[in-house]
Design a protein around this ligand. Structure first.
Ligand code: HEM
Length: 488
């Protein structure tokens, strides 16, 4: 805590005469309405909280930098990636998804992996998770999915029936659920986990040639996870374990770092790949699209003030720079609306002006006014476009590369749908010990479900992914595999 002693002032800058005793009518009389300093203190206190994030409410953040280590200019014209050795300031926030702001850090949940790069062409946000995939494929299902993860409206308790009912009725979630029930479902610390952009994005180079791209941030600390038993113990003893670990590591100069890689897919492959590469429930094979190194991110500075820098930070997958664009991934497309809308509601219409969110290059546009507009608001400059007074104008080269689309408008699933191959592979790839823990976690989770039809539906999906996997979970629950008379 800083100790430079100066006179206490009101929020209007006037010296405060007494900050310990309210003004009263006589030494023993009632408190006076004229004590404006008291009124302001109480009123401001009532407004100290902004609404917590509707998801990813509990989080920890840190400042750092990104350094380019390999030349990727043939894939993207993004200026911050333009040359080896180039460094860009950044801010990262890691979070759990379902819990409230005060919830325990060591729960089984994906971890948010949100990055803000303060580039010379404006801010670039990559709002990913510590898993390369997600539970659902289409934004239209997100509010329903999150309802099952949050508290039951009647009991105000977490409801395993809702969680597993939704998952068992949404087979596209099987890959992410299998990932989550595995060892990586509870990282030992925020430093010991990978990060992923998860979606497919589009990179375009200076010649206008585009590729589809997926991001991977591999931890230099190595992967470390903790078991359910250890996590439960820590949650009771220190619910802020991950927050504290990140803060202390950085404070002690042990700066966590991640290497950034990309998978690059030629545009035309998206039409012929063995599944739809825009589907966020699938990973692209590393054999087909190997990892290409791009750079390194290092977190080396803690926030000075949690509320100002972490709580008020606003990340959005729609905050992009020239050379990096979106894909037709239906989840990503929905997120392009959801985040900026959440920020206007949660932090305010001018959230981009707050120091943690402000671009470090100059912002020039014709947006004016709004609540909490604490900048110069354009001063006396021209406030409409087109104009004949030399106001800022567009940069044609910044337009996203065009993408050809064909077909009819309709509500349809992804093509060549396959919910089972990748979750089955994930099971088969694991060691015997990992499989044992995975099966036990499924059995533990499903044991909390009170309806057999939900458990049976889930067993059926697991069996379709891998017969042994499904049979083992069925046996653990003392239930049959639906359709197989003999299994127990
Ligand atoms: C936070 C919506 C899918 C990662 C949020 C927030 C909303 C939201 C409204 C709170 C934003 C705020 O108040 O600042 C959605 C919707 C989704 C979706 C509608 C699906 C259509 C995803 C996916 C990922 C993800 C697929 C990861 C790949 C995150 C992260 C945060 C977040 C990391 C926290 C950002 C921070 O640290 O401030 N999401 N989300 N979300 N979401 Fe999503």
């Amino acid at each position: 805590m800083s100790t430079n002693k100066t006179g206490l002032t009101t929020s209007w800058g006037a010296p405060v005469g007494d900050n310990q005793n309210s003004q009263t009518a006589g030494a023993r009389g009632p408190v006076l309405l004229q004590d404006v300093h008291l009124l302001e203190k109480l009123a401001h206190f009532n407004r100290e909280r902004v609404p917590e994030r509707v998801v990813h409410a509990k989080g920890a953040g840190a400042h750092g930098y990104f350094e380019v280590t390999q030349d990727v200019s043939k894939y993207t014209k993004a200026a911050f990636l333009s040359e080896v050795g180039k460094k860009t300031d950044m801010f990262a926030r890691f979070s759990t998804v379902a819990g409230e702001n005060g919830s325990a850090d060591t729960v089984r949940d994906p971890r948010g992996f949100a990055l803000k790069f303060y580039t010379e062409e404006g801010n670039y946000d990559l709002v990913g998770n510590n898993t390369p995939i997600f539970f659902i494929q289409d934004a239209i299902k997100f509010p329903d999915f999150i309802h099952t993860q949050k508290r039951d409206p009647k009991t105000h308790l977490k409801n395993p029936n809702a969680v597993w009912d939704f998952w068992s009725l949404s087979p596209e979630s099987l890959h992410q659920v299998t990932y989550l029930m595995g060892d990586r479902g509870i990282p030992a610390t925020l430093r010991h986990m990978h990060g992923f952009g998860s979606h497919t994005f589009k990179w375009t180079n200076a010649e206008g040639v585009s590729h589809w791209v997926k991001y991977h941030f591999l931890t230099e600390q190595g992967i470390k996870n903790i078991t359910q038993e250890v996590a439960d113990k820590i949650a009771g003893e220190n619910p802020d374990f991950h927050t504290e670990d990140l803060f202390n590591a950085i404070e002690e100069g042990d700066f966590p770092a991640w290497k950034m890689y990309v998978q690059i897919m030629p545009l035309e492959d998206a039409n012929t790949y063995r599944f739809d590469p825009f589907d966020v429930t699938k990973t692209w094979s590393h054999k087909d699209y190997p990892l290409i190194e791009v750079g390194r991110m290092v977190l080396d500075r803690n926030p000075e003030n949690y509320f100002a820098e972490v709580e008020q930070a606003t990340f959005s997958p729609g905050t992009l720079v020239p050379g990096i664009d979106v894909s037709p991934d239906k989840m990503l497309q929905g997120r392009l609306f959801a985040y900026h809308d959440a920020h206007r509601y949660r932090v305010g219409a001018n959230h981009q002006m707050l120091p943690i969110n402000a671009a470090k290059n100059q912002v020039n546009n014709y947006q004016r006014d709004g609540q909490m507009n604490f900048g110069k608001n354009g001063g006396g400059s021209v406030y409409y476009e087109p104009n004949s007074f030399d106001g800022p104008t567009e940069t044609a080269a910044a337009k996203p590369a065009p993408l050809e689309v064909t077909g009819v408008t309709d509500s349809v699933p992804y093509f060549k749908e396959d919910f089972y191959t990748q979750p089955g592979d994930l099971y088969r790839l694991q060691s015997a010990e990992e499989q044992e823990r995975l099966v036990n976690t499924f059995v533990g989770g499903l044991s909390a479900v009170t309806y057999d039809h939900i458990k049976l539906r889930m067993i059926e999906h697991l069996y379709k992914a891998d017969a042994e996997f499904g049979s083992r979970v069925a046996a653990g629950l003392n239930l049959p595999v639906p359709g197989l008379a003999e299994t127990k």
